[in-house]
Each structure stands twice: as structure tokens, then as C-alpha cells.
Design a protein around this ligand. Structure first.
Ligand code: NAD
Ligand code: ZN
Length: 253
């Protein structure tokens, strides 16, 4: 494993155009459970019952009480971990250009990353289902569920539910970033939710990009596209990579 980590560190240190694709796993060490895998939210609730747009439209109170309220309470208090912070160091060094995240928790931005594509939108904002007015989740009155806009409409999180499409501008920019990078770090994603799951393939097909994957468990990507699979937790693995990085990257503690 140490040799593999060293190889990954060398590859990262020598790359000039890196993109990162992150999923729920990168935020697990910040206390936010993933959807799939051990301890995942899906073990307790059925996604189609709570995370589908039809469920939200048909029974907003139920979806708010079960899924959204829980997310809102976690996202408000969670702090970035060493996984998020490692990506900030790579950005400051100039080699990591853009993060494409499936997460809605805003932790990359909270850590200090500046170019983050929120592929599935953000939990930091609510949007009125009637007039489209937006309001910061942190300032919303959640004592009454579902929260309502001045117009009487129901506020929903400004993120993508199952059954909804990814906005075209987000898709286009993600495609551009992934088809230009020479190295893609794929961290904490089960690589099963489309179209995000095909982003590493785009990178590979366009430039032959090297794929470095970090995950405690193998994914469909591991066999198919990953050149280096580092089996472990995001924050922990980032620190281990950091030990082999040139000091200019600022990983020393
Ligand atoms: P996922 O829940 O499908 O998969 C999570 C992956 O993370 C798994 O492969 C798991 O093995 C891995 N993992 C678990 N602990 C880890 C750790 N410490 N370090 C690294 N990896 C770890 O997540 P997904 O692939 O991102 O896709 C599901 C959807 O769930 C996304 O669209 C996202 O919007 C949503 N989601 C977001 C959050 C969040 O914002 N934090 C949380 C839950 C779900
Ligand atoms: Zn409104």
C-alpha cells in the first residue's frame, strides 16, 4: 500500500491539470452519512419514498420531516475534514483546477476551495416551488414544516432530487473540465448515480487521464477505469498521500 500511495503522490505532484470528482464518502469523516454503503441513509429509508421529486410534490411534509430536516441539522454543524482540506492545498498549489462534487453539503467551499461545480445543487439554499424565490437554509424558519415563502409556496432545497435533470450549464461545464484534465481524483463516490458516474470515463476517453480513486470499498469504477485504487478513508488517505508530497504543497502538520 505504501508504494501505491507514493506512486499516487508522485503522479499528483507532477500533474498540471487535475480535476476531482467527489461523493458523499468525502464527508463521512465530517459526520454526514452517505446514502449507500455501511451506515448509509438507504439502510433506514427507501430513496424512492423520500428522495424522489414526486414524493416531495405529493407529500412535502413527510419528505421534509424525514430527509430534509435531518440533512439541514447535519449540514449546519459539519466541518470540513482532511479530505476537503487536502484538495484546498492542491488548488492553492495551482495543479487542481476544479472540483465536481455530488455533495450538497457545501463543505468544499467551507474548506476554502474556490472552483466547485455542485453537480446535484446545494443544501445551503432553499427555493420556493411556486415563485422560485431563493432563501439561505440557515436563515429559514424551520419551526414550521414545510417552511413557506411569503407567496405561500413551499420551500424546497435547491438540490437535485431523483427524477430531476441536471441543469445543462452544470453538465456542460463538468464535461469541459473532465475532458481537459490529465488526472482525476475520484474520492468517496459509489460511482453508481448517473450521469455523475460516467465523468471519470469522459476524462479517460478524452485525454487518457490517469484516474486515482480513494474509497474504503471497491466500486464499479475500480476495475474499469481506476489506474490507482487507494483503499481507505478520504481524510486519512489524503494525509498519507501528503507525507510523500513536496513540502511546497503544505501538507506538513
Ligand atoms: P453514495 O452514498 O452512493 O456512496 C458513498 C461512497 O463513499 C461509497 O462508495 C462508500 O464506500 C464511500 N465511503 C464511505 N466512507 C468513506 C470515507 N470515509 N472516505 C471515502 N469514501 C467513503 O454517494 P455518492 O456516490 O456521492 O452518490 C449519492 C448521492 O447522494 C449524491 O448525489 C449526493 O447528492 C447525495 N448525498 C450527499 C451527501 C452530502 O452532501 N454529504 C450525503 C449523502 C448523500
Ligand atoms: Zn414563493
Amino acid at each position: 500500500m505504501e508504494n501505491l500511495i507514493k506512486k499516487a503522490a508522485n503522479t499528483i505532484a507532477n500533474a498540471q491539470n487535475i480535476a476531482a470528482l467527489t461523493g458523499a464518502g468525502i464527508s463521512v469523516e465530517s459526520g454526514i452519512p452517505p446514502f449507500r454503503g455501511q451506515g448509509g441513509v438507504w439502510e433506514r429509508i427507501d430513496p424512492m419514498e423520500y428522495a424522489h421529486i414526486d414524493a416531495l410534490i405529493q407529500n412535502p411534509v413527510k419528505v421534509w420531516n424525514m430527509l430534509i430536516k435531518e440533512m439541514a441539522s447535519m449540514v449546519g454543524v459539519a466541518q470540513p475534514n482532511d479530505g476537503h482540506k487536502g484538495l484546498v492545498r492542491l488548488e492553492r498549489q495551482g495543479c487542481l483546477k476544479t472540483i465536481i462534487t455530488q455533495n450538497v453539503d457545501g463543505l468544499h467551499q467551507k474548506a476554502g476551495s474556490t472552483d466547485v461545480i455542485e453537480f446535484h445543487g446545494s443544501f445551503a439554499w432553499l427555493r420556493c416551488m411556486q415563485c422560485n424565490k431563493r432563501c439561505e437554509t440557515g436563515t429559514a424558519d424551520l419551526s414550521v414544516i414545510p417552511p413557506r415563502c411569503e407567496c405561500g409556496g413551499i420551500f424546497r432545497p435547491d438540490c437535485i432530487f431523483f427524477g430531476e435533470i441536471i441543469p445543462p450549464d452544470v453538465l456542460m461545464r463538468s464535461h469541459q473540465v473532465s475532458s481537459e484534465c490529465e488526472l482525476m481524483l475520484v474520492i468517496g463516490t459509489s460511482a453508481t448515480v448517473q450521469p455523475a458516474a460516467s465523468i471519470p470515463m469522459t476524462a479517460k476517453a478524452a485525454t487518457g487521464a490517469v484516474i486515482i480513486e480513494i474509497n474504503p470499498e471497491p466500486t464499479p469504477l475500480t476495475e474499469q477505469d481506476s489506474d490507482i485504487f487507494l483503499q481507505g478513508k478520504a481524510g486519512d488517505m489524503m494525509n498519507r498521500i501528503g507525507k510523500f508530497m513536496p513540502s511546497s504543497f503544505g501538507f506538513e502538520i
